[in-house]
Structure formats: C-alpha cells, structure tokens
Design a protein around this ligand. Structure first.
Ligand code: SF4
Ligand code: F3S
Ligand code: FES
Length: 249
C-alpha cells in the first residue's frame, strides 16, 4: 500500500508524571493505530511501553485512549482519521499508569475475586446440571467479554472519583453478576450483594459503558437495568425468590 507521514502525540511517562510528545511516523494504508505505534517503537522509541497480545480484538490487552476516546489500539483503523490529523494516544485514565501506555488494571481483578462464584443447589453434583437452551443463550452475550476494561475505564462513577472505587464493582462485573443471577441453577442471592457491596445503585444508567464495548455487549439494557429491576422488584422474600429461581419467571 501507499505510505504517508502520520502525526502522533503520545503520552510518555510513569507513575511520577509525564507529558505528551510529538512524533512523525510512517503509516501504510490499511494499518491500525497499533501498527504505527509498533513502527514508532522500532524506528524511534525502543523504550515505548505498549501492551498488546493478539492484534485481533480478542485479548483485551491494548486498551488506551485515542483522541480521548477509549479504544482497542489493534482495532482502531488509521483510515478513520484524516491523514493530516494529529492522533493523540494516552493511557486509559481510570487506572494508575505504570509506564507510557501501560496501566495497572489490578482493580478489576480485585473486584472479580469479590463476586461469589457459581453456586448450584446443594446436593446437585456436576454432571447432573440441566438447563434449557434459552438460558444458555441468554448468558452467551455476557460471556463474550474480553476483559479490555474499557467499560470500567469510561464509567464516570470511578473515572473521576477515586473515592468511589472501593464501593463500585463497575459495568464489567455487573454483567458477571447478571449472568449468575439469570443462571437457573445458581442459588446465591446476588441482589442484596449487588446493591450493598457492588454499588449497583451508584450507576445512573449513562450507558457510556455500552457505547465503548468492543464486543457490543448490551451492558446497560441487558445486564444493569434487569439487575436494578430485580433489586427493586419486591421486598426480599426468600421463598418467593427461591421459587422464582428454580421455576423461572
Ligand atoms: Fe471490555 Fe465489553 Fe468486557 Fe467491558 S464488557 S471489559 S467493554 S468486552
Ligand atoms: Fe457507568 Fe455504565 Fe452505569 S457507564 S453509570 S455503569 S450505565
Ligand atoms: Fe489483543 Fe488488541 S492486542 S485486543
């Protein structure tokens, strides 16, 4: 393909601070932003830190912000920008920077550990699990998550509010909780914990999470709103609730 000189502005630095630096890098038609960053690394800045793995939109490693928008670097085509436009690449903002474009996303792994795992009814052994196809299909959407954490990064509840992080699991974990809550064989009470421990009530349905999800998971409509409805549905009644779980609504 034909090549041209692309203008890049890349955040360089570490936990102690940093700034935006300007580079002119060769770009070839058909490339993605990650290709050009790799060329920058190969030709001018061998120490540029950028995390990536699959280059196919499947590993969720290359999350960053391009012109201020949360994006996967490997799925952002150079052709969406004008050739004379300066492309600004910064690390995702909600998590602490390690170096350059690489952030520490361990917040998300801590939240993952706090969610009680799949809890089948007592006495039901693996191998005896039976569920209907419709229930399998419902959870399929949530299982497409590649853990890029772009939804966690963009949500305003934590993006500019470090103080909310303790009390808020975030949209990626609301889909995990919804998946388990909608699982016909899961008997754990996910509603009280979603509200009291995972901060579901802090979400005011801005839907920014859904807009940035590279897997097009309908985080807000299919997970968060149904969970909020279940929490508000009726006062906690263990018999009605267990009956609903076992015999389906
Ligand atoms: Fe990424 Fe979507 Fe999963 Fe959030 S729900 S971590 S945006 S794939
Ligand atoms: Fe945040 Fe998504 Fe709710 S962006 S406020 S979790 S709808
Ligand atoms: Fe795997 Fe971009 S490198 S999603």
């Amino acid at each position: 393909g034909t090549s041209y000189a692309a203008s890049f502005r890349v955040w360089r630095g570490d936990a102690g601070g940093g700034d935006l630096q300007d580079y002119t890098v060769e770009a070839i038609d058909g490339e993605v932003v990650l290709d050009v960053l790799h060329r920058l690394q190969a030709t001018q800045t061998p120490d540029l830190a950028v995390r990536w793995n699959c280059k196919a939109g499947k590993c969720g490693s290359c999350s960053a912000e391009v012109n201020g928008r949360p994006r996967l670097l490997c799925m952002t085509r150079m052709s969406v920008f004008e050739r004379d436009e300066t492309i600004t690449v910064t690390p995702i903002r909600t998590f602490p920077v390690i170096r350059d474009l690489v952030t520490d996303v361990s917040f998300n792994y801590e939240k993952a550990r706090q969610i009680p795992s799949f809890t089948p009814p007592p006495g039901l052994a693996p191998g005896e699990y039976r569920m209907q196809q419709i229930d399998v299909q419902r959870s399929q959407e949530f299982r497409k998550c590649i853990e890029c954490f772009l939804c966690q990064n963009v949500c305003h509840v934590v993006r500019d509010h470090e103080e909310n992080k303790e009390a808020f699991a975030g949209p990626r974990y609301f889909i995990r909780i919804a998946e388990l809550e909608m699982h016909p064989l899961d008997v754990a009470d996910r509603r009280s914990s979603a509200q009291d421990e995972d901060g579901l009530g802090l979400c005011n349905i801005t839907k920014c999470c859904t807009e940035v999800c590279p897997e097009n998971i309908h985080i807000t409509d299919n997970a968060i709103i149904p969970m909020k409805e279940r929490v508000a549905d009726r006062r906690y009644d263990p018999i009605v609730w267990l009956g609903n779980k076992l015999f389906r609504r």
